[in-house]
Ligand binder design. Structure first.
Ligand code: S3P
Length: 455
């Protein structure tokens, strides 16, 4: 699906965003491996989360029927062509899913390969869970996922005793589970996916498992395990966990702050006020607000409650920001790993050059996002370059042009938001890629007043 973005609109109002993708993957895994019934409210119908549900359905028996229905049904509000154009705001609906877990020992051997689709989180986290299961499972993915590095997760799981095969470091990943033993593990690259895989394997292992992160990354796995009563301790030495079988639980998935980031940026670019409710406010996910603050964009967060260890509340954006250039230092990257495209979209409207330093990890995402961002902004008429591990965005705004999301959800949304501030209309191709994390993105923006039309 292609859209035309007209300049000059003003956004306004109160909105919500679909449930958090990172949290949804983890809570689905925890529900499917719990001993007893769980009820999850507000799971996002995003394609990545449905991939996790589909894979879990294949390795569970009692939990299978509802997981299958969630995975396979057409997402609410998404039309039969899979396009978000006609999506209604109920893509963010709070529908619930009940699954009957039979504990980790109740997992069953899948009869076919587990298709993780476009989702790296699905492939890496499930590798950790399956490393302790007494059977062999093969994890496959789409062409984008099949290009992404998998040895980073295979290596620590092998050290715990599992047999893991990759093809030249890539999917298919073949996991033969076993009785695991705890390890002390210091990943070289800070990655929440690998940390989470090791911790999920750690709760099934003999002895203690410790992960020593070089730089902090999102901590949803630690929070949910702690909220479920697992013996998990976080201290100066690292994150320590021991064997534990959790029980079923009830929880409502908070809105995804990484999706909210696109709406906040759209408000800032159009000088508008906006309020986003029921959104996750986990500090390991909100560093982008600090970067935006340095860019002159003022927001206020208010925590209202906690769900399975996750703070939830609202983010209010003040109108009338004058966007300033920013310099993002290497140590900040792990905490804004998913928000660089949207921050770059903002930076294109600043008055001078912005820098994102040592951001090479972005080359290993759903697309080479350093190159995709630089190319996309140039195609819209702006100035941008990816130089080695760095990204530089020239400010000054741009006239508008035509760019393609190339199947990357965050690029689809970043380009659309960037185009809202162009001097003439722009065309963005392939915006339905947004369904991977934010089904209903285009309709949400339109409901807030953004001037978007089908191309
Ligand atoms: C995620 C972690 C991040 C992020 C991804 C989701 C997670 O990846 O980019 O979108 O849910 O753990 P890495 O931790 O591998 O950088």
């Amino acid at each position: 699906m292609d859209i035309v973005v007209a300049p000059g609109g003003t956004l306004g109002g109160v909105t919500v965003v679909p449930g958090d993708k990172s949290i949804a993957h983890r809570w689905l895994i925890l529900a499917a491996t719990a001993s007893g019934r769980s009820r999850l409210v507000g799971l996002p119908p995003s394609l990545d989360v449905r991939s996790t549900a589909e894979c879990l359905a294949a390795v569970t028996e009692k939990a299978r029927p509802p997981l299958d229905v969630f995975a396979r049904k057409t997402a609410p509000g998404v039309d039969s062509a899979g396009s978000t154009w006609n999506a209604k705001p109920d893509a963010t609906s709070r529908s619930s899913l009940e699954v009957e877990g039979q504990g980790r020992s109740g997992l069953v051997e899948p009869t076919a390969a587990l298709d993780c689709g476009n989702s790296g989180t699905t492939m890496r986290l499930l590798s950790g869970v399956l490393a302790a299961a007494p059977f062999e499972a093969t994890l496959t993915g789409d062409p984008s996922l099949s290009r992404r590095p998998m040895e980073r997760v295979a290596e620590p799981l092998r050290a715990m005793g599992a047999s893991i095969r990759t093809e030249d470091g890539h999917a298919p990943v073949v996991v033969r589970g076993t009785r695991l033993r705890g390890i002390r593990y210091a990943p070289i690259v800070p990655t929440a996916q690998v940390k989470s895989a090791v911790l999920l394997a750690g709760v099934a292992a003999e002895g203690e498992t410790t992960v020593m992160e070089p730089v902090a990354t999102r901590d949803h796995t630690e929070r949910s395990l702690a909220a479920l009563g697992a013996p998990i301790v976080v201290d100066a030495d690292g994150i320590h966990v021991r064997r534990y079988q959790h029980e079923g639980f009830d929880a409502q998935v908070p809105g995804d702050p990484s999706s909210a980031a696109f709406l906040i940026a759209a408000a800032a670019i159009t000088g508008s006020a906006l309020s986003i409710e029921e959104v996750g406010l986990n500090p390991t996910r909100l560093h982008f607000l600090d970067v935006m603050d340095r860019m002159g964009i003022r927001t206020t967060c208010s925590i209202e409650r906690t769900e399975l260890g996750e703070p939830v509340g609202s983010i209010v954006v003040e109108p009338g920001a004058e966007i300033r250039a920013v310099r993002v230092e290497p140590g900040e990257l792990p905490l804004i790993i998913d928000e660089v495209p949207v921050l770059a979209a903002l930076a294109a409207h600043a008055s001078s050059d912005s820098w994102f330093l040592e951001a090479a990890e972005l080359r290993l995402k759903e697309s080479d996002r350093l190159q995709a961002v630089a190319t996309g902004i140039r195609l819209l008429g702006g100035v941008a370059a990816d130089e080695g591990a760095d990204l530089v965005i020239g400010g000054g705004g741009f006239d508008g042009g035509r760019a393609d999301a190339h199947g990357d959800h965050r690029m689809a949304m970043a380009l659309t938001v960037a185009a809202l501030g162009a001097r003439t209309p722009s065309r963005i191709d392939g915006v339905d890629a947004a369904d991977v994390s934010f089904p209903g993105f285009i309709e949400s923006l339109r409901a807030l007043g953004a001037p978007l039309e089908p191309a």
